[in-house]
Design a protein around this ligand. Structure first.
Ligand code: PBG
Length: 328
C-alpha cells in the first residue's frame, strides 16, 4: 500500500520535553491561584473535612499560619469562609463586627501583609439557620431586595475588617451595585468586588455544604443559574460588570468552560473561575482508588481553565499546585 506521506507534521513539536515546554501556549503561574480557607468558630484545632481529603476547617488562632503558607507558596490570594457557632434566620453573625468571618478577615489581613490578597465570601448561607443565601420572605422564597440591604451591611463589616476583595456569591439581582454603593458611601472606595457573576446551581457544591456544615432546606435553583443556560450566564456577567464589578467569576469551572471563554472574551475586567469542592473531591476520590493520577488531573484542570480564559483560579489544591507548576 502506498499512502501519501504527510507534509505537515505537528508531531515534530511534541518530540521532547524541551520542545513541548518551548511551544506551550498556556502557562499557569501560582500568582493566579487562590486558596479557599475555612475557619470554624470555637474550634481549637484543625478538623479535616471528610468529603474533601486534604482540606480542613481551621480555628481562628490558626488562620494566620494558613495565610502565611499561601503567601510563602507564592499564591495570589486566599478566599475566606466561616462556620459560625450560632445561626439565625437573618444571618446576623455575618454583619457582627465580632462575627467569626470578620475576625478571620482581620487576622488574615494582618498575616498577609503585602504578600497575598485577602478575599472574603460575601453571602448569607453560612450564617442563616435555613441555609439560603439570603433572607426569606413570608412565602418562604428568598427575598432579593431585603437581602441586598444585609449584603450592604455585611460588605461594610468586611471592609472595616480590612478585606481586600469581597466575593459576592449570593446571586441576588443588583448585589454588585448595592455593595459598591455602600462601600463608596462609607469611605471604602478602594475595596474591590469580585462578582460570582455566573454561578450555576450545581451538584458540585456537595462537599462544600459539608465543609460549612450547612443544612440547606430546599435548593438554590430560584437564584443560581440553570446549568442549561449559557446566554443567561453571559447576561449576568454583563450586568455585574456594568454595576461596577472589578472582577467576574464563573463557577463551577470545568463544566462551564464554554461560559468562561465567552465571558473572558466579552469582558474588560479580570475573570476568575472556581474549581469547586465537588470538582476537587472527584479527583481526590478517584485518586484514592488509584483510578486517576491526582497531580496530572489537578494540573490538567487548572491549565484547561486558564486556556479557556480564566485569569484567576480558585482551587483547594492551590498550595500543591504551586509546587507542581514550578517543576512542570
Ligand atoms: C456560597 C458559596 C458556595 C460555594 C462558594 N460560595 C455554596 C453554594 O452556593 O451552595 C461553593 C464552593 C465549593 O463548592 O467549593 N457562600
Amino acid at each position: 500500500m502506498s499512502v501519501p506521506r504527510p507534509v505537515r507534521r505537528p508531531r515534530r513539536l511534541r518530540t521532547t520535553p524541551a520542545m513541548r515546554r518551548l511551544v506551550r501556549e498556556t502557562r499557569v503561574d501560582p500568582a493566579q491561584l487562590v486558596l479557599p480557607l475555612f475557619v470554624r468558630e470555637g474550634a481549637d484545632e484543625a478538623r479535616p473535612i471528610d468529603s474533601m481529603p486534604g482540606v480542613s476547617q481551621h480555628p481562628l488562632s490558626g488562620i494566620g499560619a494558613q495565610v502565611r503558607r499561601a503567601a510563602d507558596a507564592g499564591l495570589g490570594g486566599v478566599m475566606l469562609f466561616a462556620i459560625p457557632s450560632t445561626r439565625d434566620a437573618m444571618g446576623s453573625q455575618a454583619c457582627a463586627t465580632d462575627g467569626i468571618l470578620n475576625r478571620a478577615i482581620a487576622a488574615s489581613v494582618d498575616a498577609a501583609g503585602d504578600d497575598v490578597v485577602v478575599m472574603a465570601d460575601l453571602c448569607l448561607d453560612e450564617f442563616t439557620d435555613h441555609g439560603h443565601c439570603g433572607v426569606l420572605a413570608s412565602d418562604g422564597s428568598v427575598d432579593n431586595d431585603a437581602t441586598l440591604e444585609i449584603y450592604a451591611s455585611m460588605a461594610l463589616a468586611q471592609a472595616e475588617a480590612g478585606a481586600h476583595v469581597l466575593g459576592l456569591s449570593g446571586m441576588m439581582d443588583g448585589q454588585v451595585a448595592a455593595v459598591r454603593d455602600a462601600l463608596d458611601g462609607a469611605g471604602h472606595a478602594s475595596t474591590s468586588v469580585l462578582a460570582y457573576a455566573a454561578k450555576y446551581a450545581s451538584a458540585a457544591y456537595g462537599p462544600f455544604r459539608d465543609a460549612v456544615e450547612s443544612d440547606l432546606q430546599g435548593d438554590r435553583r430560584a437564584y443560581q443559574l440553570d446549568p442549561a443556560n449559557g446566554r443567561e450566564g453571559i447576561l449576568e456577567a454583563a450586568l455585574d460588570e456594568a454595576e461596577g464589578a472589578d472582577m467576574l467569576m464563573v463557577k463551577p469551572a470545568l463544566p462551564y468552560l464554554d461560559v468562561l471563554a465567552e465571558v473572558a472574551a466579552a469582558s474588560a475586567v479580570p475573570v476568575a473561575a472556581y474549581h469547586v469542592s465537588g470538582e476537587y473531591s472527584q479527583i481526590e476520590a478517584a485518586a484514592e482508588r488509584g483510578w486517576i493520577d491526582r497531580r496530572a488531573a489537578h494540573l490538567e484542570a487548572v491549565t484547561s481553565i486558564a486556556r479557556a480564559g480564566g485569569d484567576i483560579i480558585l482551587t483547594y489544591a492551590a498550595i500543591e499546585l504551586a509546587e507542581w507548576l514550578r517543576h512542570q
